[in-house]
Design a protein around this ligand. Structure first.
Ligand code: FE2
Ligand code: FE2
Length: 263
């Protein structure tokens, strides 16, 4: 087995054009600062706030992103469906109906031969996913086999479900990150079994909006209780992510939160 040393950078939900510009501008800086072995991003809101398009996925890969995870907005853009089938490093939650387009796991390998398995899984509370997250993540782990590291993106609404997933996987994977709520939590830590964990990484996009949406429209919607069209916000762009350093297989030495104003 090759040396398992690896640094994993994970960036939370990229929201709209503002989020895309922020991540593309920040990556060179983050590469210099952290020298990540692997870069994984959640792209479920990358296209106008909902879903991802082939052009945007291509742009992220060209910028050096190794794998992209999604979530409940995975299929919002229909043009992504054939692309999902052809691009094994673009993941939708593994616990969807198995006939739904795409796949929920992939393995990426560094130049030094260190392998990172990535699993995207959806919570079952307040989100539509065909199969239970907890048993499906176990199945996905068995299928990944003996890769040196595993990152699980648990895309879920409820903090309790994400915390439980962290404990469920502690000692068996390198990192469990929560995504979907777009608000970073203050609980990043390495669990006793060696798994780096955070309940929510947060989002990459306009902090001056309401979880990425233009704030006056979002407030109006709450005031009037009438449906309205949401537009992604652009005010006060930030990148939110985490960096995990590992020296042993499936173990994290440290997790560091990255909360950074767009350069
Ligand atoms: Fe999201
Ligand atoms: Fe989501």
């Amino acid at each position: 087995m090759p040396d398992a040393a690896a640094t994993i950078l994970f960036v939370g939900d990229i929201v709209g054009g503002c989020g895309r510009r922020t991540v593309l501008r920040s990556l060179p800086l983050l590469r210099e600062r952290y020298e990540p072995t692997f870069v994984v991003v959640n792209g479920e809101n990358a296209a106008g706030g909902l879903g991802i398009s082939p052009r945007i996925a291509d742009e992220l890969y060209e910028s050096g992103v190794d794998a992209i995870t999604l979530g409940n907005h995975a299929y919002h853009r229909r043009e992504i469906i054939p692309y999902l089938e052809d691009h094994p490093r673009l993941l939708r939650p593994v616990n969807y109906v198995h006939s739904q387009p795409g796949r929920g796991t992939c393995v990426i390998e560094s130049a030094a031969g260190v392998r990172l398995g990535v699993i995207n899984v959806s919570g079952n509370l307040f989100l539509k996913a065909a199969h239970p997250a907890f048993s499906e993540v176990d199945r996905a782990l068995r299928e990944l086999g003996d890769v040196e590291h595993v990152l699980v993106d648990m895309h879920a609404e409820a903090t309790s479900e994400k915390v439980a997933m962290g404990w469920h996987l502690d000692g068996r994977v390198s990192v469990v990150v929560g995504t979907h709520t777009h608000v970073p939590t203050a609980d990043a830590r390495v669990l006793p079994g060696g798994t780096a964990y955070i309940t929510d990484v947060g989002m990459t996009g306009a902090r001056g909006g309401v979880i990425g949406v233009e704030r006056s429209r979002a407030v109006e919607n709450f005031l009037t209780q009438m449906p309205g069209r949401f537009e992604p916000a652009s005010d006060d762009p930030w990148l939110m992510g985490i960096v995990v350093r590992c020296s042993q297989p499936r173990r994290a030495d440290a997790i560091e939160q990255v909360l950074m104003e767009a350069p």
